[in-house]
Design a protein around this ligand. Structure first.
Ligand SMILES: Cc1cc2nc3c(=O)[nH]c(=O)nc-3n(C[C@H](O)[C@H](O)[C@H](O)COP(=O)(O)OP(=O)(O)OC[C@H]3O[C@@H](n4cnc5c(N)ncnc54)[C@H](O)[C@@H]3O)c2cc1C
Length: 416
């Protein structure tokens, strides 16, 4: 994710005055949390920073984080009407300016405690969005997080410690009703029997594999393992020729980290550039950094020497019939495989929900959980949301969905 400009007050005012204040502002509809963008920008224009920040926080309690990592080029900014005149408004930078200048407000009065207790599994955006909606409505919530930190999948742009600090600051306002228990994995509903309702928001914890010869060799690893390792110790990358397999945001993020660490990076993707699911901003960033792209190729074998990867064999593809995702299916050609030298192979071909998690709940094709439009699962009182249901999305969409399901859980608890 590219860096967001850090505005001074004068710059924030100048940018805010460029906003056209559209009557039917398309930016609001483009935001999964329906943040009222023109209203918060209007408050900036009159230097009413506190109300601007309050307006943002009431729509999205994860606001400080979103101000840094929201993919605005595919959401609000993409739809900004000003873009048809010259440049769209830098909504994310304005957002970041107000939320970093004004600390969150502690609620002066809490609604009366209603009694029912809710458990949330996973302290990512979906889990926290749900927990915050319920605490605001008067329910006591306990969030269980398997890691020692909160926030779910971090973006590389903001260091982990800052993500954690930002979230803790945002969450202070909810401390009264919200208990977060870290380093506590939950795998079965039986462990949560004392709760009146459960929200499962465990994200996608497992990277899909290629299923080819040589994948177990040293020097071959999943993008999640690579990102985690380099995040913990940025000097942890010494390999020169890095091959990243995949065309999504995770692949782009891994490529960016490898580039920044001095690697010569090649991205291999099985379809064409226009088919890549990665956000254009992410692709642009690594292209500028000097990444080589190989499209319409698939790794068919990882070649090693003394147990360590030295090359990848790539099979050329052509596009065949449309598959169930609506995209053209890559089909192998008859050409002989091409050997690409590599010291390090990073696999980023998608992520799935961990198999051992909540075996009691129904899944689609053994992967994502199945729910109805209210987020209700196959078990009464158990709701599920976020990436674990829809596959990889955005922080703001996961947060907004958690909040919406939190309201359904409140409705369910009031009826029982
Ligand atoms: C590398 C990468 C970079 C990304 N960058 C961006 C970005 O810049 N901007 C953006 O908007 N989106 C980005 N995304 C997408 C975004 O992070 C996700 O869509 C979003 O985090 C999903 O939220 P979630 O709450 O559903 O799941 P997650 O964020 O994955 O959170 C799930 C949480 O549940 C915990 N958990 C899992 N199992 C258990 C268990 N058994 N018990 C207890 N806790 C458990 C996990 O530790 C985790 O904290 C990125 C994704 C990836 C993979």
């Amino acid at each position: 994710m590219s860096s967001v400009p850090v505005y001074t007050k004068t710059q924030a005012l100048a940018e805010a005055w460029r906003c056209l204040q559209c009557f039917d502002a398309p930016c609001i509809a483009a935001c999964p949390a329906n943040v009222h963008v023109p209203r918060f920008i209007r408050m900036i224009r009159s230097a009413n920073w506190a109300s601007a920040a309050e307006g943002l926080r009431s729509a999205n309690a994860f606001v400080s984080l979103c101000g840094a990592v929201c993919p605005e080029d595919v959401l609000c900014r993409y739809k900004c009407s000003r873009g048809r005149l010259d440049n769209p408004i830098d909504i994310r930078a304005l957002h970041r300016f107000v939320t970093s200048s004004v600390p969150p407000k502690i609620f002066p009065e809490w609604p009366r405690a209603l009694g029912p207790q809710v458990a949330v599994v996973g302290a990512g955006p979906a889990g926290l969005g749900c927990a915050l909606a319920l605490t605001r409505l008067g329910f006591d919530v306990t969030v269980f997080e398997k890691e020692s930190r909160i926030g779910g999948i971090p973006s590389m742009e903001i260091p982990r410690a800052r993500v954690e600090q930002t979230l803790q600051d945002d969450l202070r306002a909810f401390a009264e009703r919200l208990k977060i228990v870290t380093s506590k994995p939950i795998y079965h509903l039986a462990d949560l029997q004392k709760f009146d309702a459960v929200f499962v928001a465990v994200g996608l914890g497992k990277t899909a594999r290629l299923g080819i010869e040589g994948e177990e060799m040293t020097g071959v690893e999943s993008a999640s393992s690579f990102l985690r390792r380099t995040r913990e110790n940025p000097s942890n990358l010494t390999d020169k020729r890095v091959v990243v397999v995949g065309g999504g945001n995770t692949a782009m993020e891994a490529a960016l980290v490898a580039l920044e660490a001095g690697g010569e990076v090649t991205v291999v993707y099985r379809r064409r550039q226009i088919d890549m699911p990665a956000w254009p901003e992410e692709v642009r960033e690594i292209t500028v950094g000097g990444t080589v792209f190989r499209f319409l190729e698939v790794p068919v074998r990882i070649v090693g020497e003394a147990g360590h990867v030295i090359a990848v064999d790539l099979q050329r593809q052509e596009l065949g019939p449309v598959d169930e995702s609506g995209r053209l299916t890559p089909v192998p050609t008859n050409d002989s495989p091409i050997r690409l030298p590599a010291d390090h192979v990073i696999i980023a071909v998608g992520a799935i929900v961990e198999t051992a998690l909540f075996a009691e709940l129904v899944r689609e094709r053994g992967d994502h959980f199945v729910v109805n439009e209210k987020g209700e699962s196959s078990v009464l009182g158990v709701f599920i949301g976020g990436d674990a249901v829809h596959g990889e999305g955005t922080i703001v969409a996961a947060f907004a969905e958690g909040r919406r399901i939190g309201e359904h859980i409140a409705e369910f608890l009031r009826k029982t």
